[in-house]
Design a protein around this ligand. Sequence first.
Ligand code: SF4
Length: 195
Amino acid sequence: MDGAVVSNVPYDAARALGPELIVAVDVSASSVLTADAQDEGFAGVFARATEILMNTLLEQRVRTWTTPPVYYIQPRVEHVTMFSFDHLREEVEEGYRATAAALDRTDEWPEPGDVGIYPKRRVMVRVERERCIGCGTCLVHGPQGMFVLDSERKAVVTQPDQEWSPMDGGYIRHCPTYAIIARPADQAKEMRRSG
Ligand code: SF4
């Protein structure tokens, strides 16, 4: 169901039902990067601001989530904005497709008693030093202590090897110069090997 602005993906309401596992299908547009919202007038900017607010509330809510474990599915509908009601069929069909595909990936699913948000993947995070302007935004939005500024005011990652759920890594979007890169750990190793 739609938990509106305060709880757009209502994990807490699902937990109140006492399940062993929650399957969350998030069809919101809130994680999409929208470059032209400012060209759409006040209503467009206000809608985009509301999407960012909903996404921030959601991220904060699940940051410390424990039990029951949540399997989080994000269908590819990020291009559909909050008030695009004529895309309802597309959203339902893509939600169904993404959920059916996730059911086939049984190795990703949590067991009863596991904690947190799934699926989890190992990623390597790094900063492209030449792009970093030392603004410090990643120190504010990233996990505490994950980034520090060195003596040249360039961000350095203190814990590059991370285990992420789909809800992690939002701070990458806050870097104004797109200097923070995250790659699946196996891919990053392969790239290092090939030079
Ligand atoms: S947010 Fe980006 S530009 Fe700012 S300090 Fe961090 S890596 Fe550098």
